[in-house]
Design a protein around this ligand. Structure first.
Ligand SMILES: Nc1ncnc2c1ncn2[C@@H]1O[C@H](COP(=O)(O)OP(=O)(O)OP(=O)(O)O)[C@@H](O)[C@H]1O
Ligand SMILES: [Mg+2]
Length: 506
């Protein structure tokens, strides 16, 4: 105390003495003075400290080089400032913001002793390290996700992570000027704003979170699936959003479900085929016997003397014949459908437009005059297909178009061209297709097909026509032949506008 009071005015000494840990040492670092605060913080009595060096307060937090540099500085007569961690008597660590002042002899200018003034910054250091570890945790969480945003209640960005910038293709600067809806794919616009409005609508003070999936659009307009965890912090009126790229998972899911659908479809067709074959075969035998006995009845009646009974029997047997021939037609259709497996791939190549013109001449017979046929043919187009198969296909599609026009005035267009198909899915077999094809296109301006029926039109026996008018086998046969030729079918339809069948042949 005496040493300091000689050099400092007394009114400045008091607050300093209360706030700081003050000590004085000789040139060897042996403590010659400590104030009360020094003893209080480090837990030693004055007696325990005097005559000792600072070494026994060493926390081993600092290196030898650290103390060496400090000693070199003060031994040169220069002041030293730094943060030192000391160990108290109870073993607790204290961080002290320390300044050491060499005291010089006024006459010789030589260092005589050192005065240390320290302030306890342990609490500040603790907060700093806590903050640092929180920041590290926060950074590692953000790094482990594919994106992080902080949003205000209007859905504007306050913060975006580097990773999201990388994945979305936008710079941080661009994103900070955007709304979240700018990042959502068209069908998903408003997903996040909707979640924001439901989360911020709660009255509770608690943090509220939700997880949902959405589709986003990158800067280059490509789409990606994201899983979003959004949390609302009512006290800040802010939203914290974590995103995960789930595009791969979604792609696998959709590929698997498409494959499963295709498999189910094939299994269904196979069992229908087997059933149909069985029925057609047995029914054919029964029909043969019905028609045979009918024939015998007819002969017997013809030998009868003329009477109204004879006339009636002959008339009835004629009706049996008419119905029988319709049944035989049906069986023929059923057998055609079932025997598709047996159809071998044609090896005859035909010039398409030539054959189509011939078929059109025949078709004029069955189409009413209210229907106009328009053609647009690319001449000299060759495909490998059996002529009778092509006839079956075109007649089936024209009859369907005629029925869709339902006696109203309308047009059926028939076109032949070469196309480069974009990636799309065959309407009948659901396989992904693209590449170059010969296209036969049949469009009508008829009733159109609604979406839930459109997915079923290739199913065998699916018909919307009244009993006796349609068997629902026409398109099954068409699809069977086209696929036998390694071709595919794309159907587009709009209610009230009409339907287009694109037959794509390799
Ligand atoms: N061009 C079209 N316009 C509107 N609906 C159509 C068209 N083509 C087919 N359809 C619908 O698809 C169903 C199935 O057609 P499909 O040719 O397989 O059987 P169908 O015509 O009902 O009977 P079938 O051809 O065996 O006599 C039809 O009943 C009809 O509802
Ligand atoms: Mg039909």
């Amino acid at each position: 105390m005496t040493a300091l009071s000689k050099e400092l005015p007394i009114d400045m000494l008091y607050p300093l003495n209360e706030a700081a840990l003050i000590s004085k040492t000789d040139l060897n670092g042996v403590i010659t003075f400590v104030n009360k605060e020094f003893c209080r913080i480090l837990g030693y009595s004055e007696e325990e400290l005097l005559g000792k060096t600072h070494v026994f307060l060493n926390s081993h937090v600092h290196s030898t080089e650290f103390f060496q540099a400090m000693w070199e500085t003060i031994a040169r007569g220069e002041n030293w400032h730094g943060e030192i961690c000391n160990r108290s008597k109870s073993g607790q660590l204290y961080w002290l913001n320390t300044s050491i002042f060499p005291i010089l002899d006024k006459t010789t200018g030589q260092v005589q002793s050192y005065i240390g003034i320290r302030f306890d910054i342990t609490e500040k250091k603790r907060l700093e390290s806590e903050l640092q570890s929180q920041k590290m945790q926060y950074d590692s969480v953000i790094e482990s996700t594919d994106g992080f945003w902080q949003l205000n209640s209007e859905g504007r960005f306050i913060d975006v992570s580097e990773c999201y910038c990388r994945l979305s293709g936008y710079s941080e600067k661009e994103l900070l000027g955007m709304m979240i809806s700018d990042l959502e794919a068209n069908d998903h616009k408003g997903d996040l704003m909707y979640q924001i409005s439901t989360l911020s609508g709660t009255t509770s003070d608690a943090v509220n979170s939700k997880v949902f999936e959405s589709m986003h659009q990158r800067k280059d307009s490509t789409h990606w699936f994201v899983e979003i965890l959004i949390s609302y912090y009512p006290n800040h009126n802010n939203f914290y959003v974590f995103l995960r790229d789930i595009s791969k998972r979604k792609l696998n899911e959709s590929e698997q479900s498409a494959l499963q659908q295709q498999l189910n479809h094939l299994q269904k067709l196979e069992s229908i085929g087997r059933l149909t074959a069985g029925i057609a075969h047995d029914f054919n035998n029964i029909l043969a016997s019905i028609l045979g006995y009918n024939e015998l009845n007819k002969y017997a009646a013809e030998d009868m003397p003329d009477s109204s009974l004879k006339t009636d029997i002959l008339h009835n047997s004629e009706q049996v014949e008419v119905a029988g021939s319709r049944a035989a037609d049906l069986i023929k259709k059923m057998l055609t459908y079932c025997r598709q497996d047996e159809i071998s791939k044609s090896d005859t190549t035909i010039e398409l437009t030539d054959v189509l013109r011939k078929i059109l001449v025949m078709l004029q017979e069955i189409l009413p005059s209210s229907i106009t046929i328009e053609t647009d043919f690319l001449e000299n187009t060759y495909v490998t297909i059996d002529e009778t198969d092509l006839y079956q296909i075109i007649v089936n599609l024209f009859v369907n178009a005629r029925d869709a026009l339902n006696k109203t005035i309308g047009t059926i267009k028939l076109g032949v061209s070469l196309v480069d198909s974009p990636p799309q899915v065959c309407s009948a077999c659901q396989e992904k297709i693209n590449g170059k094809f010969v296209e036969i296109k049949i469009s009508d301006s008829g009733s159109g097909i609604n979406a839930d029926k459109l997915s079923r039109i290739f199913e065998p026996f699916f018909t919307t026509k009244e009993v006796g008018k349609g068997t629902g086998l026409g398109l099954s046969v068409v699809s069977g032949i086209i696929h036998k030729m390694d071709g595919h079918i794309i159907v587009e339809s709009e209610i009230g506008k009409g339907t287009t069948f694109q037959l794509l042949l390799p």
